[in-house]
Design a protein around this ligand. Structure first.
Ligand SMILES: NC(=O)C1=CN([C@@H]2O[C@H](COP(=O)(O)OP(=O)(O)OC[C@H]3O[C@@H](n4cnc5c(N)ncnc54)[C@H](OP(=O)(O)O)[C@@H]3O)[C@@H](O)[C@H]2O)C=CC1
Ligand SMILES: CC(=O)C(=O)O
Ligand SMILES: [Mg+2]
Length: 759
């Protein structure tokens, strides 16, 4: 989705909904009891204080310092928005904090300083050194940023990096190396035109010079035009890069015959004509944010031989420092580097450039709705969501820190370090991304049985913006449109079907006939059939059955059995399936957890439990996750012989026999599903071995339903469901109170299922 499609209102709502802003502080230790609090604070807290007082290095053992980065700005060069002030920069700094966390599990305090004087800025940051493991300077304008960073580097013993300078230089160098390789041009010979002569541009130019570019091949422009020796206003950082006064005094003139354009200035300053006038196989990095110097599609429409990149995520080749800072700091923090030096920066650039040439894992293709990303003009640099970045870049940086002698805590076991890095990302935050991207790659027609509802309409808009489905809305047109108008929801792109409208009379008749045929030997009369199909749940299922739609999202309701009845009667169960079941996916800190049957079967028999487990395991596999199944009860491996214990034990036996390769064990208490040490100590024979379970099968509906509801409410765990298992085609019933996000998630699941339904 392009930024232009993101409504201003959406962005504002995103930031203001719930707790305003995007980040919060969370305790990492138990704080449940009086004893916990005595340890967390007085008197217990005095002990680590005294240890640190004796040996200051112990601050890394007893506090969060080692994983805490300060993202610090004064708001003088915020993206390409300019000097908008400290407070106005806060959303960007919180955003950086979010990226640090999700891509590299680094915690961030964002600090916006009311301070434009470099010396005061430096003094302030120096005083913060005890707090942080590293400092990321952000969006500070040039030339002040250079002085600030230089002085801080001299005075601090923790790694510091001005991201707009070095992050950008590292990422764009990696992209440049690869682009030049593709067009077979020699960096020592190519002619560069640079727009912008600020923090980012100057640093990029310096790194390109280190890579072999020649200063005489650069023509640089800032707001006041050509950066030439004739100018008297150049700052000391820019002066050495100034060219002799040439005839090419305008950007348009300089672009004629240029090989590389680098934009780190402001949006929309490059014209089609300028692109057309460049040398053969031009490389254009239009990196101003949020609006590039020229839009991606405009540039590629001018010529076919271009390699084009922007700083944005919505086009190929996102050259943005997000590819660097999370992983560079991860590596630097993990070896407790005293600084981020040239060797570490070059190692990061090289690692990034190399990674782009390796085969791209499926998960990355899926995440970007691509079929086959591979090294080439539209993929010169890895994608930010590539899970290999954390291991590849962070390890390269850590190693370079060690080799260059700045690592206070060198890595001893690289294999263990790699594992630890991979674990930081977990699969938990990947699951929904994975489903969303899969849905995007093959969007389906989803009919919303109850569209006269604000949340549903908001979800419909989001679903269209994300491109995950083609919505069909059932309901009275006037009502749907009135809700949409009142809340400024643009429904363009959604099909509205008003069952009362005369144009649908024939369809209703046809559905009545078909339904009658299906149900006439189950006591339904023709009159009743006509009446039933006028109900939106029945009509929606008829649309699915007659291939007018690919999936159904039925109304928000508390009466689940009533809501699925039409689907059971019209769509029916998959061949061989006797019972349908409902599953919830909980996105817990321990990773994704699947609960079954939470929704339908009150008191399943042994055979039902076996079937529910099979259906659940297959669905878990659809999420690309290997099911690790625990059949739960109140007893462990025969320790009690109550009805439920025996049932779950017997079901386990049957399943283990039927699926000898599955990881499945039971019956056990819920805590043993997770506490692998306790399980291994006491029940070493248990099949789950050294694994925690991710798929929990409950003995009855009460237990399952209570368990997931307790977790989602009391532990505030995000969930998706109920995911209906066992139907021939995807029909999902929304729970009363489902949020917009939950509806969107269910749509994505229905779309993915529809993609796998053989009709
Ligand atoms: N994709 C990415 O990863 C990154 C992108 N950027 C983007 O780069 C841009 C600059 O950031 P940064 O270097 O931190 O900011 P600075 O404020 O330090 O530099 C901005 C530069 O752009 C110049 N400029 C302003 N208007 C024009 C114009 N019309 N024509 C030519 N040059 C102009 C300024 O000139 P003067 O000196 O005369 O004022 C200045 O040299 C921003 O858009 C930012 O979003 C930055 C970092 C990373
Ligand atoms: C990406 C970034 O840091 C910027 O545009 O300023
Ligand atoms: Mg920035």
């Amino acid at each position: 989705m392009s930024v232009s499609n993101i409504l201003k209102q959406d962005a504002l709502e995103y930031h203001s909904s719930g707790k305003p802003g995007k980040i919060e502080v969370k305790p990492t230790k138990s704080t449940a009891t009086q004893r916990d609090l005595s340890l967390a604070y007085s008197p217990g807290v005095a002990e680590p204080c005294l240890e640190i007082a004796e040996n200051v290095e112990k601050v890394y053992d007893y506090t969060a310092k080692g994983n805490l980065v300060g993202v610090i700005s004064n708001g003088t060069a915020v993206l390409g928005l300019g000097n908008i002030g400290a407070e106005a920069s806060k959303p960007v700094m919180e955003g950086k904090g979010v990226l640090f966390k999700i891509f590299a599990d680094i915690d961030v305090f964002d600090l916006e300083l009311n301070c434009t004087d470099p010396d005061s800025f430096v003094e302030t940051v120096v005083r913060l050194e005890p707090t942080f493991g590293g400092i990321n300077l952000e969006d500070i304008k040039s030339p002040e940023c250079f002085e600030i960073e230089e002085k801080l580097k001299q005075r601090l013993k923790i790694p510091i990096m001005h991201d707009d300078q070095h992050g950008t230089a590292i990422i764009s160098s990696a992209a440049l190396i690869n682009a030049l390789e593709l067009v077979k041009k020699d960096i020592t010979k190519v002619k560069f035109v640079i727009s912008g002569a600020g923090a980012a541009a100057i640093s990029c130019i310096k790194l390109y010079l280190q890579l072999g570019a020649k200063i005489e091949n650069f023509t640089i422009f800032d707001k006041d035009g050509l950066v030439s020796e004739a100018r008297t206003d150049l700052n000391p950082y820019l002066k050495p890069l100034a060219c002799v006064a040439t005839k090419k005094s305008t950007l348009a003139e300089a672009m004629v015959g240029a090989d590389v354009f680098l934009g780190l200035s402001v949006g929309n300053i490059l014209s089609k004509e300028m692109i057309a006038s460049m040398a053969a196989h031009p490389i254009v990095f239009a990196m101003a944010n949020p609006t590039p110097e020229i839009a991606y599609d405009v540039a590629v429409s001018v010529r076919e031989d271009i390699i084009m990149a922007t700083g944005r995520s919505d086009y190929p080749n996102q050259v943005n420092n997000v590819l660097g800072f999370p992983f560079i700091f991860r590596g630097a923090l993990d070896v407790r580097a005293r600084e981020i030096n040239e060797a570490m920066k070059l190692a990061a650039a090289k690692a990034l450039a190399e990674l782009a040439k390796k085969p791209v894992p499926d998960i990355v293709n899926l995440a970007y709705n691509e079929k086959n990303l591979s090294f080439g003009p539209e993929y010169i640099i890895p994608k930010p969501m590539d899970p290999r970045l954390i291991t590849t870049v962070s390890m390269a940086v850590a190693k370079a820190a060690m080799d260059s002698g700045v690592a206070a805590a060198p890595i001893k076991n690289w294999e263990a370090y790699e594992l630890q890095l991979a674990k930081r990302l977990g699969l938990d935050n990947q699951v929904m991304k994975f489903i969303m991207k899969r849905a995007k790659s093959n969007p389906k027609r989803i009919v919303f049985a109850d569209a006269e509802n604000l949340k549903v309409l908001k979800a419909v808009r989001e679903v269209m913006d994300e491109g995950i489905a083609k919505p069909i809305l059932l309901g009275r047109r006037a009502n749907i449109e009135a809700i949409a108008d009142e809340h400024h929801i643009d429904l363009t792109g959604a099909q509205i079907m008003d069952l009362r409208a005369p144009e649908n009379a024939d369809l209703l008749k046809k559905f009545g006939e078909l339904y009658y045929e299906k149900r006439k030997r189950r006591g339904t009369t023709r009159w009743e059939a006509d009446k039933e199909v006028r109900k939106s749940n029945y009509f929606a299922s008829m649309m699915l059955e007659t291939k007018m739609a690919d999936g159904v999202i039925s109304g928000l309701t508390k009466n689940y059995p009533d809501a699925i009845r039409p689907a059971l009667q019209i769509i029916g169960k998959k061949p061989g399936v006797k019972k349908v079941a409902g599953m919830y996916l909980l996105l817990s800190d321990k990773g994704p957890l699947f609960f079954s049957d939470t929704t339908i079967n009150f008191d399943p028999s042994v055979e039902d439990i076996v079937e529910i487990t099979e259906l659940t395991a297959k669905s878990v596999e659809q999420f690309n996750i290997k099911p690790r199944i625990a059949l739960l009860s109140y007893s462990n491996f025969g320790s009690a012989d109550g009805e439920d214990s025996v049932k779950m034990r017997e079901a386990t036996r049957i399943l283990q026999e039927k699926f000898p390769n599955w990881l499945i064990e039971g019956e056990m208490q819920a805590h043993l599903a997770f506490d692998k040490e306790l399980r291994q100590q006491n029940y070493p024979f248990a099949q789950l071995g050294n694994e925690t379970a991710n798929t929990l099968i409950f003995p009855n509906l009460s237990a399952a339903n209570i368990a997931y509801n307790l977790l989602k409410e009391a532990a505030n765990i995000e969930y998706i469901g109920p995911i209906l298992l066992g139907l021939k085609k995807p029909v999902h019933v929304l729970q009363l109170g489902a949020s917009v996000r939950e509806i969107v998630n269910m749509v994505a699941i229905a779309v993915v299922e529809a993609g796998e339904t053989v009709s």
